[in-house]
Design a protein around this ligand. Structure first.
Ligand code: F6R
Length: 366
């Protein structure tokens, strides 16, 4: 049942080229520059005219929502708010029939996310779901939605469901952009052509596994770890930190790289590993300065870099390459080495990676 892998988590990490492909199947038409989302078809006009989107979710799904915020704002130019479902439901949120709410949930059963949906529904909002488990409570409650099609996720720590959620959000961002005319057809052709290659690039990123395992051996006894990123790599850093803490029980925090100097920099000493997403995209130079700040204080840098990079490699203690891709798809690739790093560290520490202590696959209590 684990398909020859030692743990479900590893099997699910390795399934991602397929799960991302399944998620995009029949939904993108690169040559025509077209995204088609059957589940949202009835609401195409609503999305064309929407003033604001609110995303509600918990945990890893909330991190996917943050990536979605970057993508939807950048390409569809619609303001997005991303809320923890548990916070949203217990204040008196300002919401009306004009709003579109997107609820993200792998299990489709998370109690807080369900309650947030019910509240928004009462106030007249249109609710879309991004769920993995077909026919679960959340997809039955929403007005419409897009399944992630990642297949059953057994490992408690979410891996392939996260990249599938991010894939769906990427499709939704382009879909809304297409309806609103905020993206040029030739740009969409270019992006969708590249998106279509992502499963192969994920496959390539997985090839760094042995190298990542050797890095894991160096840091397995760490007590703390920081994860830094900017732009859409910031939520990837949050997700990297969550993976490490939940399966290895090492205290880890994700931060926007520039926020480090506003506090967390005080933690840096020669025992602190700092994982930095430093791919060659818009904030490359800025991230390099953040790396120098860490190095100056004796911290150890594990950098996620674009294939062929020399500059960051020259200053990092360890570098893990991911294939070159266009900016909107960096989260899908940068997530892979972080999953593997957490996995190997947890295994080396003798942790039960598939069933971490105190955690359950679906959180049906509030
Ligand atoms: C982390 C993890 C949890 C879930 C969260 C929401 O690896 O699995 O943080 O992401 O409990 O669950 P769903 O997506 O089922 O609503």
């Amino acid at each position: 049942e684990k398909g020859g892998y030692e743990h479900f988590m590893l099997k699910e990490i390795y399934e991602q080229p397929r799960s991302i492909r399944d998620c995009m199947r029949g939904r993108i038409y690169p040559q025509q520059g077209k995204v088609q989302l059957g589940g949202l078809k009835e609401y195409a006009d609503k999305l064309k005219n929407v003033d604001r989107i609110i995303i509600v979710a918990c945990g890893t799904s909330w991190h996917a929502g943050l990536v979605g915020e970057y993508l939807i704002e950048e390409y569809a130019r619609v303001p997005v708010e991303v809320e923890y479902a548990s916070e949203f439901r217990y204040r008196n949120p300002i919401i009306s029939e004009k709003d579109v709410v997107i609820a993200i949930s792998q299990s489709g059963e998370t109690a807080d996310t369900m309650a947030a949906i019910e509240l928004a529904k009462e106030k007249g909002a249109t609710i879309f779901g991004i769920c993995n488990v077909v026919g679960a409570s959340i997809p039955r409650t929403t007005h419409a939605g897009v399944y992630t099609h990642a297949g059953p996720e057994i490992g408690v720590a979410s891996t392939k469901a996260f990249t599938a959620q991010v894939s769906v959000l990427t499709l939704i961002a382009f879909y809304i952009a297409q309806q609103r005319g905020t993206i040029a057809r030739n740009k969409l052709i270019e992006y969708l052509t590249e998106l279509n290659e992502i499963p192969e690039l994920v496959e390539k990123a997985l090839k760094a596994n042995d190298h990542i395992q050797s890095i894991a051996a160096k840091f397995k006894d760490s007590r703390n770890c920081l994860f830094l990123g900017r732009g859409s790599s910031f939520p990837v850093a949050l997700e990297g930190a969550l993976k490490l803490k939940e399966i290895s029980y090492i205290h880890a925090e994700g931060y926007p790289a520039a926020e480090m100097k506003h506090g967390p920099i005080a933690l840096i000493d020669d025992e602190m590993p700092v994982v930095v997403i430093a791919t060659k995209h818009s904030s490359y130079e800025k991230v390099i300065s953040n790396i120098q700040e860490v190095k100056a204080r004796g911290g150890h840098i594990i950098a996620i870099v674009t294939e062929g990079d020399t500059e960051v490699k020259g200053m990092a203690d360890y570098a893990i390459e991911i294939p070159q891709t266009a900016e909107p798809f960096v989260p899908l690739l940068a997530t892979i080495p972080l999953q593997l790093l957490s996995y190997h560290i947890a295994v080396m520490r003798g942790c039960n990676v598939d069933q971490p202590r105190n955690l359950a696959k679906s959180v049906t209590v509030e």
